[in-house]
Design a protein around this ligand. Sequence first.
Ligand SMILES: Cc1cc2ncn([C@H]3O[C@H](COP(=O)(O)O)[C@@H](O)[C@H]3O)c2cc1C
Ligand SMILES: O=C(O)c1cccnc1
Length: 347
Amino acid sequence: MQKIKPNLSGISQSCRDAMQTKIDGLAKPIGGLGQLEALAVKIAGIEQTTELRTEKRCCFVFAADHGVQRAGVSATPRKVTWQQAINTLAGHTTVASLAKANYCQVKVIDVGVDHDLSGTGVIDKKIALGTKNMVDEPAMTYDEALQTIQAGYDVAQQAIKEGNDLLLVGELGMGNTTPASAIISVILGVPAEEVVGAGSVISNQRLLHKTEVVNQAIKDWQPDSEDPVDVLAKVGGFEIGAKVGAIICAAENKTPLILDGFISYAAAVLAEKMVSGITNYLIVSHFSREIGSKKALDWLQLSPLLDLGMAVGEGSGAVLSLSLIDAMQSVLHNMNTLDDLSIKFTK
Ligand SMILES: Cc1cc2ncn([C@H]3O[C@H](COP(=O)(O)O)[C@@H](O)[C@H]3O)c2cc1C
Ligand SMILES: O=C(O)c1cccnc1
């Protein structure tokens, strides 16, 4: 990807309208399925059809380590990134178990894990053995930021070639709620205090330190909020960049992409800053427990489908939300219409 200039063909308003008409014709109160209706309408607009394609789905777990993890911003040891990458393929992580329950393929992609994962089944797109510590220097070079976006783009393109109807994005990267918060802080122009949260659970003392790390890195490296690649390079992470690439590829290919939690919101914020309107191709699965979630989603103007107080990452919320899409498909395929039953409303 020399230049990030996606070629988006647009959302089909006529397919959106046709889907709403189809739903309104079912034997139920108008609008009775609430957000589920909006979900089906959104997919219809993206896929440009009223025969929704949702059967084949693939969740990408982009995995990478973070230099800033060494600055004491997370309670979790670094090795958990590579351990859980392998465990995911063995079927034993949160995302793997929820994916199984929701008929979703999972691919784990190494975009920068600090461990040799060759021969494990993890897809190798390694850029480096983790980012640099943003306390001491920018997280990565501008070129590495472009490389990581390209890696995610290529993985998504392959999955679309394989016939996937829906793409989902998750991640593994201990310490990555720190770069995610930093990105959101810079692009939204809000103080770190408003978006830095407990991640995978830390003490109040560590939370203060984490907030200070984000504030200091932004001050030291001055990421340019008008250049999302610069923001990714200075205070981001490889797996966040890979998600950006997957988002761009999905939109170009009229393929709905389901975001997971807070780390995914950060990727979506970067993608929207790169390509205005790309959020129209995105579905937010759930409302992450991270404190910056509301700010990020308000900025993206996206509403989450579920609010279960989850804060795992990995893609866990994204795969869980597939059950709602499957529920809506069942509605569309099984329900009687008002016409079938000769029902006429007199308001
Ligand atoms: C066992 C375990 C498995 C995980 N899988 C994903 N995450 C999640 O937590 C990490 C971010 O939180 P922080 O910034 O606080 O390190 C990421 O790897 C994210 O995917 C996990 C966290 C833990 C503890
Ligand atoms: O919402 C998330 O994506 C999240 C929250 C906490 C830890 N890891 C991920």
